[in-house]
Design a protein around this ligand. Structure first.
Ligand SMILES: [Ca+2]
Ligand SMILES: [Ca+2]
Length: 278
């Protein structure tokens, strides 16, 4: 019996050794990222399609002793080829004025949002994209880049101030490693929330790995094949036409069921019109 157990153990070891070496990966699967071919305008305003994208937050304090009530709502999509779109709405109760001096010296010490990508999720290279509350983009690898950002995949950026904060929008492409459906991309996000010109509070994406910008701890998204599109808008004119046609049909037949249907259609049209006005 002992011999049989030993042989079985040896077979197990041999079959494990024969398995292909899995690619080195970090983090936890955050789910599939949906794709879209809808036109997205990079202007700091939220395109409707973002509602169907992956949502992300920044609710993990980098330093538990330093907390903030600044919050974000983030949305992420990709185009099925090579480009990622992100829109982030920031509610910042402590806006600190943008200055050229700070921008040149320490652009992370300005109210701003950062996105981190590891395009092939190998835990080696980290791409860090930032848009600040002056609407200025910067990129960081081992030093801050202010110009020629498209060389680092930062294709376009958008910004707008709002009554209670600001919004930023990123268009980022896979300049470093080619991405494709089914591929894994490591991600993180960060708020730099200034309380005054020199006090910075940092929050990161609340992920299980708590990477806080450390590439080896990024969680990852799976680039999905599901395509999302904007819902087809029902126009007021179309609804009115449908209601009229139904009413005419009802008048001709004097059929009670058709009249009921016509009333229902008219009511529906009213609902549609009300919804459109919101
Ligand atoms: Ca937009
Ligand atoms: Ca602030």
């Amino acid at each position: 019996m002992k011999k049989i157990a030993l042989i079985l153990a040896m077979i197990t070891v041999l079959s494990l050794a024969a398995l292909p070496v899995a690619a080195v990966e970090t983090g936890k699967n955050l789910g599939e990222l949906v794709q879209t071919t809808e036109k997205i305008t990079i202007d700091g305003k939220k395109d409707t399609i973002y509602d169907q994208g992956m949502k992300f937050d920044c609710t993990l304090p980098y330093d538990a002793a330093k907390t903030t009530d600044t919050t974000i709502k983030g949305y992420l999509l990709w185009d099925g080829k090579k480009t990622f779109y992100a829109f982030v709405e920031v509610k910042d109760k402590t806006p600190v004025a943008w200055t050229e001096e700070q921008y040149k010296k320490s652009p992370w010490s300005i109210d701003s949002i950062e996105l981190f990508f590891d395009f092939n999720n190998d835990g080696k290279d980290r791409d860090q994209y930032r848009i600040d509350n002056g609407g200025k983009p910067t990129y960081y690898d081992s030093s801050t880049k202010y110009e020629g950002l498209d060389k680092y995949g930062f294709d376009a950026w958008g910004f707008q101030k709002t009554s209670d904060g600001y919004c930023v929008e990123f268009k980022i492409s896979d300049y470093r490693n080619q991405v494709k459906a089914g591929g894994h991309v490591g991600i993180d996000a960060q708020i730099n929330d200034m309380k005054d010109a020199s006090t910075r509070i940092v929050y990161n994406y609340k992920s299980s790995q708590s990477s806080k910008g450390t590439v080896t701890k990024f969680d990852y998204i799976v680039l999905g094949t599901k395509v999302v599109t904007n819902p087809v808008a029902t126009t007021k004119a179309a609804a009115t036409t449908a209601a009229k046609a139904a009413t005419t049909a009802a008048a001709k037949t004097a059929d009670v069921s058709v009249i009921v249907a016509a009333v229902a259609v008219a009511a529906l049209a009213g609902v549609v019109v009300c919804k459109k006005k919101h």
